[in-house]
Ligand binder design. Structure first.
Ligand code: 9WN
Length: 432
């Protein structure tokens, strides 16, 4: 374990701010210097959540900068590129070619995929915490139509299974790229070798795996990012419980924001109810939600952190919520980890304590589960998650992820969401 002398809350908060300041480029925050030099979608939502209690304007600027990349279809891209560093990350704008697409914004280069739609939840955090109510209401009025368009896009174009859930069409869309959940559907894809350079990290999957990601992205791009192609031909289509659990929670957030923007909350409440029903009917099995592979026609058996996503929903039936908490606290996840929450079931053959999303604990998923525990009245669990997450960053710094057994840091350093969410957790632990 990398020893770092214990830092007190005030010093930890100051360190978090300096990471966020250093990673700020104009109005956006990059996830980590060097490794991820552009703006990522759910990263920015987490950054805005962390900023919400402290700096309304900066949180708003973060989200608006991302939404400047929104396509006319409503799709919010998973990366908005920083023009000066265009090819500093692979795949860059020359791979995605958003500028060739009629629905893409002009003057902003983006990827062609999306990421978990956490943004309405982030805006609600800003709305709830903002001291200046007029300023916050003006922000909600400005941003609400963009969020509504994002949700409409998911309902209209991504309901590939026809049951009310959104399908992801690439592992990058899950935000949990290397998760073993995608192994089987990826292995069914052709192994084409591409020439590219990306930073090699022991935490990352090998290039042989990455080639399939590239192949999949190029197929979708070459279809013209076409919705009909996704429905009929695209070989990767998965209903992921974390993506949909976040979408459901964001529908509930939109329902709260709608009246502020002079809109009707009911369509968002109805959407949330539809997603809940479909999650329960399609993805719930044996104490956890599972990803449904639409092409393979079956639930993916791997138990992973994404399976807890629907716990964000306060309306989840009581017995389902309690069964999920039991799985979370069992030796499959928290029960056998010194530092929660491992991103994959510890007993699974695919579990790997050091590779991205195959075992390490992450600050963002801990934050989401802490929130889920809170909405279900499990305050002791929430407190435990807050304390363990703060212990991780205190000991190892704002790393990208952490070894679930000894708490040592993995992946990038000075990682923005680890810093931003620490600010929120510190405030929370001070209140309790
Ligand atoms: C691909 C930026 C992103 C996060 C994802 C994380 C990782 C990218 C990568 O980094 O994904 O989008 O290069 O592996 O898995 O959650 O948004 O921090």
């Amino acid at each position: 374990m990398e020893a770092r002398s214990a830092v007190d809350d005030a010093a930890l908060g100051r360190e978090a701010w300096s990471v966020l300041d250093a990673n700020r480029t104009g109005s956006a925050t990059v996830p980590a210097p060097g490794l991820y030099p552009h703006q990522w979608s759910w990263d920015s939502a987490f950054v805005a959540i962390g900023l919400a209690r402290w700096d309304t304007r900066r949180a708003a600027a973060e989200l608006l900068s991302l939404l400047a990349g929104q396509w006319r279809t409503g799709m919010v891209p998973h990366i908005v590129f920083h023009p000066a560093r265009a090819e500093a990350y692979f795949p860059g704008p020359s791979v995605w070619r958003s500028h060739d697409h009629p629905a893409a914004p002009t003057g902003v280069l983006t990827s062609g995929l999306t990421q978990p739609p956490l943004h309405a939840l982030a805006v609600r955090q800003v709305w709830r915490h903002a001291a200046d109510r007029d300023e916050a209401a003006a922000l909600v009025r400005r941003i609400y139509p963009m969020l509504a368009a994002q949700h409409d896009y998911l309902a209209a174009t991504r309901d590939l299974g026809g049951a009310g859930l959104a399908a992801i069409v690439h592992p990058w869309e899950s935000g949990m790229d290397d998760s073993p959940v995608w192994d089987e559907p990826l292995e069914a894809l052709p192994a084409v070798r591409y020439a590219y350079r990306r930073e090699e990290l022991p935490e990352r999957h090998p290039d042989s795996h990455h080639d399939r990601y590239v192949w999949l992205a190029l197929r979708y791009r070459d279809s013209g990012y076409d919705g009909a192609y996704l429905r009929l031909d695209h070989p990767f289509a998965i209903e992921d419980p974390m993506f949909n659990g976040i979408w459901l929670a964001s529908c509930q957030a939109l329902a709260e924001l709608a009246p502020v923007a002079g809109s009707d909350p009911r369509p968002h409440e109805e959407a949330a109810a539809r997603i809940r029903t479909a999650l329960l009917e399609r993805l719930w099995s044996d104490g956890l939600f599972h990803a449904l592979d639409l092409r393979g026609g079956r639930l993916i058996p791997v138990r992973a952190i994404g399976g807890f996503g629907p716990l964000l929903d306060p309306g989840l039936p009581f017995e389902v919520a309690m069964a999920l908490v039991a799985t979370l606290e069992s030796a499959r996840f928290m029960g056998a980890a010194g530092y929660p929450v491992p991103s994959c079931e510890i007993r699974a053959p695919q579990f790997d304590r050091s590779r991205y999303w195959r075992g390490p604990s992450w600050v963002n998923t801990n934050w989401l589960l802490r929130r889920a525990a809170t909405v279900h009245g499990r305050t002791e669990l929430a407190r435990q998650l807050t304390a363990a997450t703060l212990r991780l960053v205190r000991q190892a710094g704002f790393r990208e992820c952490f070894d679930p057994f000894d708490g040592s840091g993995r992946g990038g350093r000075d990682f923005s969401w680890s810093a931003a969410l620490t600010l929120d957790l510190l405030a929370d632990s001070a209140e309790s």
